[in-house]
Design a protein around this ligand. Sequence first.
Ligand SMILES: Cc1cc2nc3c(=O)[nH]c(=O)nc-3n(C[C@H](O)[C@H](O)[C@H](O)COP(=O)(O)OP(=O)(O)OC[C@H]3O[C@@H](n4cnc5c(N)ncnc54)[C@H](O)[C@@H]3O)c2cc1C
Ligand SMILES: NC(=O)c1ccc[n+]([C@@H]2O[C@H](COP(=O)([O-])OP(=O)(O)OC[C@H]3O[C@@H](n4cnc5c(N)ncnc54)[C@H](O)[C@@H]3O)[C@@H](O)[C@H]2O)c1
Length: 497
Amino acid sequence: MSAPEHFDIALIGSGSGNSFPGPEFADKSIVYIDRGVGPAHTFGGTCLNVGCIPTKMFVHTATVAENAKEEHAKKFGVDSKLGGVGFPAVRDRIFNRIDPISHGGEEYRASHPDNANLTLIRGTARFTGPKRLAVETDGGTREITADTVLLAAGSRPAIPGIPGLKEAKPLTSDTIMRLEELPESIAILGSGVIALEFAHILDAFGVDVHLIARSGTLLRAFDEDIARRITEVASARYHVHLNASTTRVRRTASGVEIDLEPSDPAADEAARTLTVADILVATGRTPNSDLLDAPAGGIGVDDAGRVMVDAYQRALDPSGQVLDGVYSIGDLSSPAQLKHVANYELKVARHNILNPHDLRRSDDMPIPAAVFTDPHIAQVGMTEREAREWAATAGREIRVARQEFADVAYGWAMELEAPGDFVKIIVEAETGRILGAHIIGPEAATLIQVLIQAMSFGLNARDVATKQYWIHPAMPEVIENACCSSPKRAAPGRYPR
Ligand SMILES: Cc1cc2nc3c(=O)[nH]c(=O)nc-3n(C[C@H](O)[C@H](O)[C@H](O)COP(=O)(O)OP(=O)(O)OC[C@H]3O[C@@H](n4cnc5c(N)ncnc54)[C@H](O)[C@@H]3O)c2cc1C
Ligand SMILES: NC(=O)c1ccc[n+]([C@@H]2O[C@H](COP(=O)([O-])OP(=O)(O)OC[C@H]3O[C@@H](n4cnc5c(N)ncnc54)[C@H](O)[C@@H]3O)[C@@H](O)[C@H]2O)c1
C-alpha cells in the first residue's frame, strides 16, 4: 500500500467550512474535501444550495403571491387578483442566481492562485484512524493524513422509519425546490421549521397542503403562545392534521396514500387515509458523523449522532477528553442547526487553530432563530416555561410583557387585527434583564435584532425602551412598547450562560 498524502490541515465540508481558508494559512498545505449536497452533489453546502438562501427566495416570492390575492388586497381598497404562479419561472429566478455562485466558488478553490496551497478533492471522506482519512472519489480512493482536522460536514434530511415511507421516495428539502412542476396536492410530514416554511410557500403557489403533526400544536419546541398562534393561523389557511401519527405510506400510480392514526389516545381523532399527489418529509436532520465514521477517528459521537465538542469547538473522544488538533463546527456538532451558529463556530475554530494559546469560546451569546413562514416568527433566549423553571430554581421572579402589533401605528397601516400577532418579552423582575423574547408578526426576524443586541450586550429592557429614539411610526414601536411594560431598575450582568 502506498504512503498516504500528508497535509498540514484537512478541511471537510464546503458549507460554513468554505470560510476557513485564507491568507493566514498561506504557509500551510490544506486538503479541502467535499462530497456536495442535493441530487447534483453541488459545492458550497446546504445554506447556499438547498437551505436558507433558496428557501428565503421562495418565501419572499410566496409572500408576493399572497399579497396579490384578492382577499388580502381588498382590505386596503386595492383591486387585485392573483392570476397564477409560474413555478418554472420562480425556480429559475432563484437558481439562476445561486448556481453560478456555487460553480464560481468551486472554481475559485480549485484553480485560483489565492488557493495555491489548497488541494480540493470532490468525494466522501471517512476516518480510518486518528487524523487519517480515506476519500472515495470518482477516480478511486485517496488516503490522507493531516496534523490538524477541521470537520464541517453538516447534516442531511432524516427519513423516519415509517413503513413504506422510504420506498415511496418522498420529497425532501434537498429535492423539492428543483421540481419541474409542483404537485396539485402535498402532505408535509413534520411540524417544525422546514414544514412551516414550505407550507407557506406551497400554499401560496396554489398547492393543496396537508400538514401532519404528531403533537397538538405546530412548532412545539417554541414558546407555547407562539406555537398556539401559528397553529391557529396555519389551520385557517391550509389543512392541519394535529395529533396524527403516520403509520404507513404507499406510493400509487397516481400519488401517495398516507395512513394516519391518533397519536394522542385522549384526542378526539379517528384513523384515516390521506390521498395526495406527493409527500414532503421535514422531520429533522441527521448529522453526517456516520458518513465520516467519526468513531474510527477516535471521535466521540452523542446519542443524536453529533460529534462531541467543547466550548472551543475542539472535538472530544468518547470519554469527553479533548482530542489534539481535531475541531468540529456547524450542524455536524451543534444542537442548534442554524447557519449563523455554524458561521460563528467556524470563526471560533479558525481563531483557535491559529491561536492555540489564546482560545475563544463559542457559547457566550444567546442564540436567536427565526421561522420564515407567514407570519414570520423569531425567538431568542428562554421560553416563558423555561424562564419560570429557571426562576423557581434560582429563587428569582420574572415578568412577561406582551404587545400586540395591531396596537401600534404601523400595525394599523398593515390592517393587523388584535388579538393576533404579538411581541412577548420575558424579563427578570428585579433587574429588568431580558431573559427571552418571542415575536410572531411581520418582519419578526428583523425586529428581534434589537432584543438580540440588548441581551448580548447586557442592556436592561427599560433602558432599551427609554434611552434611545424609536422612529415613529415604524414597526419597532411594538418592541419599545413591550420593553416599556418591564421593571425600572438597571440590570447588571448579561444573559445567563
Ligand atoms: C431547507 C432549509 C432551510 C434552512 N434555512 C435556514 C435559515 O433560514 N436560517 C438558518 O440559520 N439556517 C437555516 N437552515 C440551516 C442551515 O442551512 C444549516 O444550519 C447550515 O447550512 C449548516 O452548515 P454546515 O457548514 O454545518 O453544513 P453544510 O452547509 O451542510 O456543509 C457540509 C458539507 O460537508 C459535506 N460532507 C458531508 N459529509 C462529508 C464527508 N464524509 N466527506 C466529504 N464531505 C462531506 C456536505 O456534502 C456539505 O457540502 C436551513 C436548512 C435547510 C435544510
Ligand atoms: N429558518 C431557519 O432558521 C431554518 C429553516 C429551515 C431549517 N432550519 C434548520 O433545519 C433543521 C431541520 O428542520 P426540520 O424542520 O426538519 O426539523 P425540526 O426539528 O424543526 O422539526 C422536525 C419536526 O418533525 C417532527 N418529527 C420528528 N420525527 C417524526 C416522525 N417520526 N414522524 C412525524 N413527525 C416527526 C417533529 O415533531 C417536528 O415537528 C432545524 O433544526 C433548523 O435548525 C432552520
